[in-house]
Ligand binder design. Structure first.
Ligand SMILES: [Zn+2]
Ligand SMILES: [Zn+2]
Length: 127
């Protein structure tokens, strides 16, 4: 069980330090950078556990489902269509209540802005 707890902690550390929501393969890559070795099966299993525990939420992005800390509010993101990374966006434009059809009840919203991140915009600037 000790090994399992350590793996779970490594996955939680990766999410806590990320600049946005991560997909399972991004978690594996980030853990490798932090000198932890996590297999993809372990990452999938741990993400499922953390989702069930309410510690993570899933985020739909243009190239697949990613996961973010439930505690990181608001759930607003910027997806770079060049490098396919997703970043946190702080702050909220306000209420979307006027967009909700009559009789519908909104509990929360997620928002993903799609474009080019700063690093990719710089690289593309010269060409
Ligand atoms: Zn980018
Ligand atoms: Zn908002």
């Amino acid at each position: 069980m000790l090994r399992r707890t350590r793996q779970r902690q490594a996955v939680q550390d990766v999410f806590a330090k990320a600049e946005g929501p991560l997909g399972p393969h991004e978690v594996v890559a980030a853990a490798r950078n932090a000198a932890s070795n996590l297999g993809i099966a372990t990452v999938y299993r741990t993400i499922r556990e953390l989702l069930n525990a309410g510690w993570l939420v899933s985020v739909a992005t243009p190239n697949g489902t990613r996961f973010d800390l439930a505690a990181h509010q608001p759930h607003h993101y910027f997806y770079c269509s060049v490098c396919a990374k997703t970043f946190h966006v702080e702050g909220c434009v306000g209420s979307f209540d006027h967009l909700i059809p009559p009789g519908f009840v909104a509990n929360e919203h997620q928002l993903t802005i799609i474009g080019t991140c700063g690093a990719c915009a710089l690289q593309g600037g010269g060409s």
